[in-house]
Design a protein around this ligand. Sequence first.
Ligand SMILES: *Cc1c(COP(=O)(O)O)cnc(C)c1O
Length: 612
Amino acid sequence: MIKQAVILAAGLGSRLGELTKNMPKGFLQIDGVAIVENSIKKLISVGVEEIIIGTGYKAEFYENLANKYNCIKTVYNKDYEKTSSMVTLNVCKQFINNDFLLLESDLIYDKIGLFVLINDERSNVILSSGKTYSGDEVYLSVNNNFELVSVSKDKTKIQNPFAELVGISKITKNTLNEMCNFYEKFADIKIDYENVLEQISRQNLADIFVRKIEYYAWSEIDNETMLQTAINEIYPRIKENESLLNVRREILLNPGPATTTDSVKYAQVIADICPREREFGDLVKWCTDELTNFVADNNKYTCIMFACSGTGVDEAMISSCVNTNANQKLLVIDNGAYGARLANIAKNFNMNFDVIKSSSYEALDINVLENAFKTGKYNALAIVYHETTTGLLNPLEIICPLAKKYGLITIVDAISAYAGMPMDLEKLQIDFMSATSNKHIGAMAGIGFVIAKKSALETIKNYQRKNYYFDLYEQYKYFVDNNYQLRFTPPVQSFYALRQAILETKIETIQKRFERMQKCHQILLSALENLALECLVKKENQSGFITAILPPKSNKYSFENLHEVAKNNGFTIYPGKLGNIDTFRIANMGDIKPSEMQKFTLILEKYINSLN
Ligand SMILES: *Cc1c(COP(=O)(O)O)cnc(C)c1O
């Protein structure tokens, strides 16, 4: 797995004259986006976690970009005016800790090239193409084994050039060390990294292979002519090639699984791996740390995963966190289908519990809860953060601290709230919280997890075991003792998708995601107002993640018809029934853009108007 990329971006770009007088060449725009930003998006989409940019000329442009993408780290080559690309790479070296992709900053390229390098079995691979006739070719020659023999811009110096250098390579940490050692001995500040690779290969200090894609769509942009050709000929080819891999877009407005990005879908296409390998354990560990980080301090909280849907992990949590032997008693709050489900789980485990039932569309009465806590009968509270049935958000910032005040363990189903809104488990005083891979985090279904306070986990250690697979403490212990392997077969590919979804969440940030959801919600609310449709839950109690809408009064209305009209336009909506109240539900979850919600409201409007 390649987690880092380095972009060499210190150069002056002097051959572009006026065009780069005020900016580095990576900031030339094509189709309204800086070429380096386009490159960064591609790197992120293939799972690169960190992008190190070696800067020099007008470094502030890259520093601004790093403010926009928190996965970017800039490193300044202060001698950029006098030095070449190898010096910039040498400056970046201290931050590179494993195999990485090395790129030049002035490239436009088909993303498939990154996929090819990542999937090449060999560890040092230079990407190359057939003839470009660009006028500024760097020719490569190879031996019978496709190992690099020479690199030159001068065709007469190369017998039988095999291919042209693209400017994207996959390099190991060891090879980087060799390159830097060579450079330090050679001490030529004008040497380019590709010439160092040539020397390393010739001296057999590393095996450097050249991988050729004959008709690869790419261009370097070194002068105005190249820029024009890039805009008029090459960029359209790249765009077309990449669009051929787009997955048909279906926007899920149902309350999970949520719409995923194509990069999350494609993250599942990976080399087969036995989940007992160290590399897989590292992946799981990384996921647990990052998922915890979104809501808590990893020193105090930890994340335990199971292969299951959300209900599975609710079952693990409820059944593992209350001690039946000690006759502990659980209080369950039921103000919707999911709260009722928590009570059902307790019932199925023959637990000692009471239920407080409350309206699924009106705010909970905190006094009723406090009176129950006060009785001293209860050891634990189980409650849903966001009731997906109606979109009602329970005020856990009041309820959980209150429960703790009376000594209850707090068990929260946050499945449809987690990663959709900022939350701080310590401040909320939550001991155990459940979530899944397929809701706001935006990955594939199949992974349920509990984020638990470590000290609370220790208290459940000797509780009576009620089940085998879904035992929270056993799973936790196995994680810790076995380098974060799951006890039983995990959904391997779903974990790679989860990793990608976490990367994308970190880049967007949960705060910004929350704002995006609220924006979609506002668009929906104003359309509903125009159509005189009412929401089931009062605005002040709505989460904005799910909107339960009362159907129009017209007897021509049918959910099935509305569903079909929406589905034919690429939107999936969901019914909702509360006792005898019919609703239809619209979720804001996952990869949905405000413009798409806008489009949906037009479809809704057209349908509603057709009922008159
Ligand atoms: C989605 C959801 C669940 C879990 O449902 P599954 O179908 O088992 O994944 C549990 N609780 C809430 C609040 C949910 O929104």
